[in-house]
Design a binder for this molecule. Structure first.
Ligand SMILES: Cc1ncc(COP(=O)(O)O)c(C=O)c1O
Length: 486
């Protein structure tokens, strides 16, 4: 067959595009990627993906390998998270899908218990405001009322805040182990005990901590050892070091878990039975995750976690030594966030976002997080997030001084003042259409035509300052324009 373009040309272009990406290996990006720093694992995962590439993970009765790999991954994670025989599970495409399915299961259980049809009642989903945004998405998709409890300045919720919200209309309580924004470990034992007495299920979102916290010393129980915990999400594509597309959702109780499934025998095609949201799906990430779990075993995971923990402690010490910055709360696990230290005079403070932009100039990509006014009026400051991975240990000698230098370079420099830009906003009636939204983005100097800003501090300041629906509409426009054909 004659190809429109040669393989060499196509792969050369792909290579050039990839070269322009943020580096996925080597520890320079402190979010999104989880590099164990072990080249053999990458090679093993790539080979496993190649072998499973043609398989359709939709149907484990036709492709029996899919069932075996999934069963073994569920077995491994169930043991790691101290689940007994009553705990069953599913491999999903990622953290968000695991969270969505945990909520869908709980909603359907609540509707069944209350004799209600979807759409006729809106049960509540109770969680701290720090719970991952995937649960906001789940509530939106599945028609639940979000009831988000405020957290302490440390980023951790008080058990009483969640317990006070429990009631007959609550379909699910979600706590995190730990939360993404500040790495707070929520009070799982206390919340689960109270929820259990009222028959309310509790999901522990351990998407990020699930394969790391089992190896963290001196933690209170947060997994299936806690009787009232009914489900846990744990991502294989985070601290399971698998390529993207693999997470585990474990649920306690077969009958409950069956509500996660969708099945229909009411169409003239093949009988559809899906444990997850997708239909046809790649078997690649499943196979890669399975291969990595077999290669590392429990001991390998423990070793990588210990390495990651040491790097995390070293970085926490670095931040403690930087005048003008402070670590938020008491982070649990291999991640933390950094805020400006208001205890020092303004001219000695370091703005975490200006700092992140300065660190980016040195080749280190840190993640900026907006501040938030909570429902009780209290304010969570804007922060910069760092996710630490095993490979971080090997670059500490460069990273630590770079973080200090970046802070020294911007100490006393305030956050960009965007009040003039906000003042110049035209009066809007409702949400802008896509042309207006693109023009507004251009006005903020962040390229309505698809160009991304070099510095994120002004963008995040704008997101924080604008009314949330407008900020959300502008974010949609920014991302949508990125993929419009040019
Ligand atoms: C605690 C937590 N939950 C859920 C998610 C969503 O996971 P994903 O990005 O794989 O969809 C994340 C991602 O960082 C997370 O940290």
């Amino acid at each position: 067959m004659r190809f429109a373009e040669s393989s060499e040309t196509i792969l050369a272009r792909l290579g050039a595009l990839r070269d322009a990406d943020a580096p996925t290996h080597g520890g320079h990006v402190l979010s999104y990627v989880y590099d164990p720093g072990v080249a053999e694992l990458d090679a093993l995962a790539a080979e496993a993906v190649r072998m499973m590439q043609p398989v359709n993970g939709l149907d484990p009765t036709t492709f029996g390998s899919v069932a075996v790999l999934e069963r073994e991954l569920i077995g491994f994670t169930r043991e790691l998270l101290n689940g007994d025989d009553d705990v069953v599970g599913t491999v999903t495409s990622g953290g968000t899908e695991s969270c969505l399915l945990a909520v869908k299961t709980a909603r359907d259980a609540w509707l069944a218990a209350h004799g209600a049809e979807p759409g006729t009642a809106r049960p509540r989903l109770v969680a701290p405001v720090t719970v991952h945004a995937a649960f906001q998405k789940a509530a939106h998709y599945f028609g639940l009322e979000l009831d988000l409890a405020p957290v302490l300045p440390s980023g951790v919720v008080q058990a009483a805040e969640l317990i006070a919200r429990l009631g007959d209309d609550v379909a699910l309580v979600v706590v995190s182990a730990p939360s993404y924004p500040h790495a707070g470990l929520d009070p799982v034992v206390e919340v689960a005990a109270a929820a259990e007495t009222q028959g309310i299920p509790v999901h522990v979102d351990a998407c990020i901590g699930g394969l790391a916290l089992p190896f963290w010393p001196d933690l209170p129980d947060w997994d299936f050892r806690v009787p009232g915990v009914t489900s846990i999400s744990a991502d294989l594509h985070k601290y399971g070091y698998a390529p993207k597309g693999a997470s585990v959702l474990l649920q306690r109780g077969r009958d409950r878990q069956r509500l996660q499934y969708f099945a229909t025998a009411r169409w003239p095609g093949y009988p559809v039975v899906n444990s997850t949201l997708l239909g046809s799906k790649s078997g690649g990430p499943l196979a890669a995750a399975w291969a990595i779990v077999h290669a590392l075993g429990r001991e390998g995971f423990a070793e990588l976690a210990a390495q990651t923990r040491e790097a995390t402690l070293a970085l926490l010490e670095t931040i403690d030594g930087i005048e003008g910055l402070r670590v938020v709360g008491e982070p649990t696990g291999p991640l933390f966030s950094v805020a400006s230290d208001d205890a020092v005079p303004a001219e000695r403070r370091v703005d975490p976002h200006v700092w992140a932009d300065a660190a980016k100039g040195e080749g280190w990509i840190l993640q900026t997080q907006p501040g938030l006014v909570q429902a009780d009026g209290s304010h969570l400051p804007h922060t910069t997030h760092l996710t630490v991975t095993p490979v971080t240990a090997s670059v500490l000698d460069e990273l630590q001084p770079a973080l200090v230098r970046a802070a020294d370079a911007v100490r006393g420099t305030p956050r960009p003042d965007i009040s003039a830009l906000l003042g110049a906003l035209p009066p809007l009636q409702g949400l802008p259409d896509s042309e207006t939204a693109a023009a507004l983005l251009g006005g903020f100097g962040i390229g309505g035509s698809g160009a991304l800003p070099d510095e994120f501090a002004p963008l995040i300041a704008a997101i924080e300052a604008l009314p949330a629906p407008l900020a959300e509409r502008l974010l949609v426009e920014l991302l949508a324009r990125l993929v419009e054909p040019r």
